[in-house]
Design a protein around this ligand. Structure first.
Ligand code: F1P
Length: 323
């Protein structure tokens, strides 16, 4: 499947991301106040980038393109200096429309020379083309490339791309473990949990499950799940916890779900008493999406295969949504 090949290309994608960053860094210095927009996975990426902007001292807000076009009066859009429009294809109708709503500079984040890249004042083109309908390694590469630009713009040292690429290579070594998990435990629903920068990763994981495996999935901010939502978890459920900086609440949450009969998979630097555990290296928190995304993509991929689905071209979905 193209999808699997593309997930496996993540380490190479990080190097392509670095090249794209190096091409644009002399031309563009990002301002402090930035509005991010995209559709589907690209919207979840816009949430990641808005959070990274806030964490690094700027002000970022993220809206799905359709909300920006039709309902922006409901959102606190405080005079942004730049719109960052994200689209793998660069051809999605809504993203092109969203670029016209505010008369400010635009940066297009995309994989191709496209309508989006031509329409934008600046283009960050990350050379990670994909055949699959669903976004995988391009998502991770877009995130990394833009993160480098944010750091450079805000006077911080960019990350070492070679090292980050190596980290993703290590993470991908868990492919066999994930395939075995999916074979061994035939869960009938899955909940992804993450806090801060890992919350949009949980949302993207939820979408990957729905898109690739046509499978019911949920995502919540880590501890918010205890307030009612957890009722759906039972002995048929897999709960995936994406954790940076673990502390005792995380262990208590693992136990709470185990008490309901659910099985928990923890992705973190530390073991927390869960049935399944994937260790990731201790990294800067803003790099956690880079090391966790390949894992949740593989999980959705193997669930799709197990369910006899074709993750390359899922039912009812198209690579580019136009109207
Ligand atoms: C946006 C998008 C994808 C999704 C699906 C439909 O595409 O929503 O995220 O996986 O394929 O399109 P793009 O604007 O990033 O090309």
């Amino acid at each position: 499947h193209a999808t699997l090949k593309e997930i496996r290309k993540t380490p190479e994608g990080i190097l392509k991301a670095q090249e794209a960053f190096e091409r644009i860094k002399e031309e563009v210095t990002l301002p402090r106040n930035i509005l991010y927009t995209g559709c589907g996975s690209s919207h979840f990426l816009s949430q990641l980038l808005a959070m990274a902007t806030n964490a690094l001292g700027g002000k970022g807000i993220a809206l799905p393109c359709s909300e920006l076009v039709y309902s922006r009066n409901y959102y606190a859009i405080n005079s942004p200096e730049l719109i960052v429009a994200i689209s793998r294809s660069g051809e999605t109708t809504e993203v092109l429309k969203a670029m016209d709503v505010l008369n400010i500079k635009k940066l297009g984040l995309t994989a191709y020379e496209s309508t989006l890249s031509k329409k934008a004042d600046y283009a960050l083109i990350v050379d990670t083309p994909e055949d699959s309908v669903v976004m995988t390694h391009s998502f991770t590469a877009f995130y990394f490339s833009y993160l480098q630009l944010l750091r450079e713009s805000y006077g911080l040292q960019a990350f070492n791309a070679e090292e980050v690429s190596r980290l993703t290579r290590d993470v991908l070594k868990n492919e066999g473990y994930i395939r075995e998990l999916v074979d061994e435990f035939e869960f009938s629903n899955v909940i992804f949990l993450g806090s801060g920068i890992l919350y949009p990763v949980a949302l993207e994981a939820m979408l990957k499950m729905k898109e690739m495996a046509i499978f019911w999935s949920e995502a919540y901010p880590m501890f918010e799940v205890r307030h009612g939502f957890k009722s759906i978890a039972d002995d048929n459920s897999l709960v995936v916890m994406l954790v940076s900086d673990p502390f005792e609440w995380h262990e208590k949450l693992v136990q709470e779900f185990q008490g309901q009969g659910a099985k928990v998979m923890v992705i973190s630097e530390k073991e927390l008493g869960s049935e399944y555990y994937l260790q990731v290296a201790k990294v800067d928190e803003l790099l956690m999406p880079v090391v966790t995304l390949p894992i949740i993509q593989l999980l959705a991929y193997y669930k799709a295969v197990k369910r006899g689905m074709n993750p390359d071209s899922p039912r009812f979905l198209e690579k580019v949504v136009r109207w």
